[in-house]
Design a protein around this ligand. Structure first.
Ligand SMILES: [Ca+2]
Ligand SMILES: [Ca+2]
Ligand SMILES: [Ca+2]
Ligand SMILES: [Ca+2]
Length: 182
């Protein structure tokens, strides 16, 4: 069973994924994020990098569809989504793999200069690709950069991810990884 806090955070996360706001997560939402990243990164539609990102994201959609679309109608509504995460949080192997793959994907997409850290500018691009403001990105980034070195390392992001997905401590900054949730 998800706790109240987990449910709030994961519902926030759902709305982040539902880019077109139709109340379901579907392939169009993933296409939209990839397109935002493409435009922000100045990539041409034919570039290898864009094609690679698109493949990664659509593969993510496919795997999500297979495991989360309980009624197999080709869309994931909020109840499919919460049931999916409830299952993930209860199966430790699955959970660890899921968080590791989210972190890997965020670095693949947003560590544009490939220095192994997410800087503020890169974090703002991540937020922008999900339609969130740079002012919000700045305020959240400061909270998430636990050791205050101006960058988010893979380890920091992994710790943040654990607080976001599984944590149940209302004061943990990782809760706000994807913005305010209530
Ligand atoms: Ca949608
Ligand atoms: Ca469904
Ligand atoms: Ca970087
Ligand atoms: Ca840091």
């Amino acid at each position: 069973m998800l706790t109240d806090l987990q449910r709030k955070k994961l519902t926030r996360y759902f709305h982040l994924y539902d880019r077109d706001g139709d109340g379901n997560i579907g392939p169009a939402d993933f296409e939209r994020v990839v397109e935002n990243v493409r435009i922000m990164s100045g990539l041409s539609p034919e570039s290898h990098r864009h094609q690679g990102l698109r493949r990664t994201y659509l593969a993510r959609w496919e795997s999500l569809r297979r495991s989360a679309d309980a009624d197999q109608d080709g869309r994931i509504d909020v109840s499919d989504w919460l049931a999916y995460w409830d299952g993930v949080l209860q199966a430790d192997d699955r959970y660890q793999a899921e968080v590791a793959s989210v972190v890997r994907r965020l670095f693949d997409f947003f560590d544009a200069d490939q220095d192994g850290y997410i800087g503020l500018h890169e974090f703002s691009d991540l937020y922008a690709s999900y339609g969130l403001s740079s002012a919000l990105a700045r305020s959240i980034f400061t909270d998430l950069d636990v050791n205050h070195d101006g960058m988010i390392s893979r380890q920091e992001l992994l710790d943040i991810g654990h607080h976001f997905y599984r944590g149940d401590d209302p004061s943990a900054p990782g809760n706000r990884l994807f913005g305010p949730y209530d």
